[in-house]
Design a protein around this ligand. Structure first.
Ligand code: ADP
Ligand code: DP6
Ligand code: CO
Length: 354
């Protein structure tokens, strides 16, 4: 009798916010980057994607629902993830003919982000990491996170880093097939127990220029970008790894802020220029610069992905001082996670720092 069983698996994946930014591809099909990058994965108890995957011989097509809306699954990115994971499953089935032939079935995927989608808070990172993890679990794959990172990267570049917790490098690699463009953990979250991130939600609106099309325009038109990728980032990657190994917050903060600022400078150097930051974002930068000036050293580090929303890294011992300064500018701090690694605050529209 034909197998009409529905097989299911569910998982969650956290967002990661880069401190050395990925921006630019040398291969747009495989999402191979023009520079390595490094990120901090946030706590699972805060910004995360929840994804369930099912497969069955009775499913007549592949389907993906994101935040309850049906998505087009014919896109190259989703197809690449489905195809690569099926190949790994098919190898298991070939080795053990008693296994059900899940590699031949269509999949149904339901995914929810508990934070704004396509607003510069790394939804594509958590989203594709969760999609790959859910299908890998469904297929009972034993591959390592680094092996799965090769697949998640083809969904969205930044997603390869969300397969790990803690401090994660995406080494750009040099192979034309992308086999060495992989994520590796630099240090686990437990290496730096005092590290915290505050998420300042400036706007939950979908960005006008997606990360994918923004970086394509940058590669095509920005000269500053070339200097960044070839000269600045390689040195910064080494300096950032050293700062993390030594838990040197000042070095970590200064590199993080410089890299965020250079990434947005490169956006401005693109033709036509891309503006991800708005007045509220710039006001948040001024507040953090002021906090650091008063402290006499960098105790807080802002960073912005491709959107106006601000992430501030700091150490627990400075939490009261930093959140105390931010509080008057925000409409409340909410969403304290169990491990208190991240806090959320919403800056009211129209806010302007003096
Ligand atoms: P962000 O800054 O949020 O990462 P991007 O422009 O990089 O924005 O990517 C947003 C796109 O990522 C969405 O339009 C959608 O195609 C995809 N995406 C976001 N969340 C998910 C998810 N949970 N599952 C699958 N794809 C997702
Ligand atoms: C600014 O990974 O979203 O957040 O690979 O085209 O899906 P695609 O782009 P994406 O770009 C992220 C850019 C960034 C920096 C970073 O996360 O490193
Ligand atoms: Co993204």
């Amino acid at each position: 009798m034909a197998d009409s069983k529905i097989y299911t698996a569910s998982t969650t994946a956290p967002v990661n916010i880069a401190v050395i930014k990925y921006w630019g591809k040398r291969d747009t099909k495989l999402n191979l980057p023009t520079n390595s990058s490094l990120s901090v994965t946030l706590s699972q108890s805060d910004l995360r994607t929840h994804t369930s995957a099912a497969c069955s011989s009775i499913f007549t097509e592949n389907r993906l629902y994101l935040n309850r809306e049906p998505q087009d699954v014919s896109g190259a990115r989703q197809q690449a993830c489905f195809r690569e994971l099926r190949v790994l499953r098919a190898a298991l089935e070939a080795a053990d003919p008693t296994l059900p032939k899940l590699s031949t079935y269509n999949v149904h995927i339901v995914s929810e982000n508990n934070f704004p989608t396509a607003a510069g808070l790394a939804s594509s990172a958590a989203g594709f990491a969760a999609l790959v993890r859910a299908l890998a679990d469904l297929y009972c794959l034993q591959n390592t996170p680094t092996e799965l990172s090769r697949i998640a990267r083809q969904g969205s570049g930044s997603a390869c880093r969300s397969l790990f917790g803690g401090y994660v490098a995406w080494e750009q690699g040099h192979a034309a097939d992308g086999s060495d463009s992989l994520a590796v953990q630099v240090a686990p979250a437990s290496h730096w127990p005092g590290m915290r991130a505050a998420i300042l939600v400036v706007s939950a609106a979908k960005k006008d220029v997606s990360s994918t099309s923004g970086m394509q325009a940058t590669v095509a038109t920005s000269g500053l970008f070339r200097h960044r990728a070839e000269v600045v980032v390689p040195a910064r990657m080494e300096a950032m790894k050293a700062a993390i190994q030594k838990r040197n917050f000042e070095a970590f903060a200064e590199l993080t802020m410089a890299d965020s600022n250079q990434f947005h400078a490169v956006c401005l150097d693109t033709l036509p220029p891309i503006f991800y930051l708005n007045d509220v974002s710039r006001a948040a930068i001024r507040v953090v610069e002021e906090i650091n000036r008063v402290a006499g050293k960098s105790i807080a580090a802002y960073t912005f992905d491709a959107g106006p929303n601000c992430v501030i890294y700091y150490e627990q011992e400075n939490e009261a001082a930093i959140l105390g300064v931010l509080k008057p500018y925000t409409s409340g701090v909410s969403g304290w996670g169990d491990r208190r690694e991240t806090v959320h605050a919403r800056i009211p529209e129209g806010f302007n720092a003096a």
